[in-house]
Ligand binder design. Structure first.
Ligand SMILES: Nc1ncnc2c1ncn2[C@@H]1O[C@H](COP(=O)(O)OP(=O)(O)OP(=O)(O)O)[C@@H](O)[C@H]1O
Length: 320
């Protein structure tokens, strides 16, 4: 499979606007991220709140400019293109679905106008072709023609997310980034939206970056799973290797804590708070909560180990 998108040592550091007296703080939202997304592949991203999942998604979709490192799209460095080139190529080829369709959609516009907007912005086809494409997209995501003139407030949560998905697919992207696409929805419609995403991925040959707190869903959706902790990718593993074939203690803990996934193992309960992204610990960021940590773990960031092609982790005391 060809590399669609590559992140090479990507960093995102936010400077907080603290009181002048105390100076500014740096938040290390994403540190030294290396990631390859291939055509047609689904990569799931998991980790606790604040570990940098959304920052990674925003970098992948081009909404967040990295502080350091390179993002390449089909081999070309994204941030070396001028804004028009970036919007013309990347804006077309990467679509994004956000967590909450209620805030992601303009509540004053009709369904038809929302879905047509990217086609208008990119002057895609004639007005008649755009109208046809909107109907085609509505049918693709399972929206009846009768809602074309409705505004988001007149739709159910599930229908609103279908509108957001149709808009994200309007320009026929090669990659769809979905950041917690079901967490704001009623439990009863979550499965429908996930099944829709699976169906669209297969029908359109989409690559997908799927961010979720829900480990079982990520496992069901993904070819490969990326686990993040405190701004760093600590392990990337094929979904088929999860959980028994994974090595990072944090990844093991995360997956052991999903009771319906494992009936035969005791969940690993992590104690202690997640350290601050403003002052991450030296060496391995997980060491302050890790049951295997030694003094050595504080010295350096663990080197990258590659137990198999497509499987990497950073830990000097891995689970076997
Ligand atoms: N604009 C910003 N300014 C300052 N800090 C930020 C900004 N955006 C994100 N952060 C910080 O960067 C870190 C990573 O945030 P991010 O939203 O990527 O995490 P997340 O894993 O997606 O969390 P959640 O699951 O809660 O959405 C957090 O410490 C967050 O507080």
């Amino acid at each position: 499979m060809t590399a669609l998108l590559e992140l090479d040592q990507v960093h995102v550091v936010h400077r907080t606007r603290g009181a002048r007296l105390f100076g500014h703080d740096s938040v290390y939202a994403l540190t030294a991220a290396d990631l390859v997304l291939r055509e047609g592949e689904t990569v799931g991203v998991v980790g606790e709140s604040g570990c940098g999942k959304s920052t990674l998604a925003k970098v992948v979709v081009g909404l967040q400019r990295p502080t350091g490192g390179t993002v390449r799209f089909r081999g070309d460095p994204l941030w070396e293109m001028d804004a028009a080139q970036r919007a013309g190529r990347f804006g077309r080829d990467v679509g994004m679905v956000f967590q909450d369709p209620t805030t992601a959609l303009n509540r004053r516009l009709s369904v038809e106008m929302i879905i047509r907007d990217p086609l208008d912005v990119h002057r895609d086809g004639t007005p008649a072709e755009r109208a046809d494409r909107v109907r085609e997209l509505m049918s693709l995501v399972g929206l009846p023609d009768s809602v074309a003139d409705a505004v988001p407030g007149q739709l159910s949560g599930g229908q609103r997310q279908r509108v957001a998905i149709a808009r994200a697919l309007a320009l026929r992207p090669a990659l769809l980034v979905a950041d917690e696409p079901t967490s704001a929805l009623d439990v009863s419609v979550r499965a429908q939206i996930l099944n829709l995403l699976i169906d669209l991925r297969e029908r359109l040959g989409l690559a997908m970056l799927f961010v979720s707190h829900d480990i079982q869903t990520v496992r069901k959706m993904s070819d490969r799973i990326v686990t993040m902790y405190l701004g760093r990718i600590v392990e990337q593993a094929p979904a088929s290797a999860v959980p028994d074939g994974t090595h990072h203690p944090y990844m093991r803990a995360l997956f052991s804590a999903t009771p319906s996934l494992r009936h035969d193992v005791e969940p690993i309960i992590l104690t202690g708070p997640v350290p601050s992204a403003t002052r991450p610990p030296s060496g391995c960021g997980f060491r302050t909560r890790c049951w295997k940590a030694t003094d050595e773990c504080a010295a350096d960031v663990p080197p990258l180990s590659t137990p198999a092609p497509g499987h990497t982790y950073r830990c000097i005391h891995p689970e076997s």
